[in-house]
Write a protein that binds this ligand. Structure first.
Ligand code: ADP
Length: 247
């Protein structure tokens, strides 16, 4: 496959903080339709790698190509507009607004610079809210206030809020932390549906969930890429067992 066919191409990415390399010469490629999971011990550089992709942190060396866009030096808000959505571990919704309103305010319409992503009419907005609410198991909860949802529902709502702007790349930080087994299974199913027409990059510690969702896995250790491959490759990799899975 040529590099042009990747949604995301990260090449030799390094970021140093006062000489300490939090991410050290990491390359990673993401195809359309792929769920790619990043694992590794605490301090491995997983969060910093996502910070680099979304523009929160700028690399010292290397490049980040997203479709035809060079993200390496692009400002954070422009990266969002190009179609990169990120969800942090703690759900961040509007607690006083209903599910419907949370989705509505996340709709890109009327935000000027969002232009290219803007939907055309109220009918399209209604349709999109309905479609997204159904996708995230909240179609019967549209009138319910955000803070009355369960922890898992809040996580789904935040994913739904990102989906309102139809990102091509969705980045999620430990999306099933604190969820029940049922909610976790539903989240795996949700990600399987979401990735049909986009790519998903997930930081995860839960190996069972990783096995359920990952097409490919990247293992980071001390900022460096330790291994990359399918879950079967990763689980049988001696270096990975030694530094991560064996603990
Ligand atoms: P992980 O998400 O895998 O637990 P992080 O990406 O949060 O790891 O952190 C990797 C390393 O980089 C840690 O040692 C952390 O302390 C360090 N680090 C991250 N951001 C900064 C920063 N802004 N300044 C200095 N050190 C940082």
């Amino acid at each position: 496959m040529s590099l042009k066919e990747y949604v995301l191409s990260i090449e030799n990415l390094t970021v140093s903080f006062d000489g300490f390399k939090a991410v050290d010469d990491v390359s990673l490629y993401l195809e359309l339709g792929e769920v790619h999971v990043i694992i590794g011990p605490n301090g491995a550089g997983k969060t910093t790698l996502l910070d680099l992709i979304c523009g929160k942190t700028k690399p010292t060396e290397g490049s980040i190509q997203f479709g035809k866009h060079e993200l390496t030096t692009m400002a954070e808000q422009h990266i969002v507009q190009k179609g990169v959505g990120r969800k942090f571990q703690t759900p961040s919704i509007y607690p006083a607004l209903s599910v419907y309103e949370n989705l509505e305010v996340s709709y890109p319409r009327g935000r000027g610079v969002w232009g290219a992503l803007a939907f055309q009419s109220d009918e399209k907005l209604e349709n999109r809210i309905e479609e997204v609410a159904k996708m995230i198991y909240l179609e019967d909860w549209l009138d319910v206030q955000g803070d009355l949802l369960s922890h898992g529902q809040k996580q789904w709502l935040e994913i739904g809020m990102l989906l309102m702007s139809d990102p091509l790349l969705l980045m999620l930080d430990e999306p099933v932390a604190g969820m029940s087994v049922d909610e976790r299974n539903k989240t795996a199913d949700l990600l399987g549906r979401i990735c049909k027409d986009r790519s998903v990059l997930v930081i995860e510690h839960d190996m069972k969930f990783t096995r359920d969702i990952a097409h490919r896995v990247t293992v980071l250790h001390q900022g460096k890429l330790l291994a990359e491959g399918t879950m079967d490759d990763i689980e049988s990799n001696e270096k990975v067992i030694e530094v991560y899975l064996g603990h």
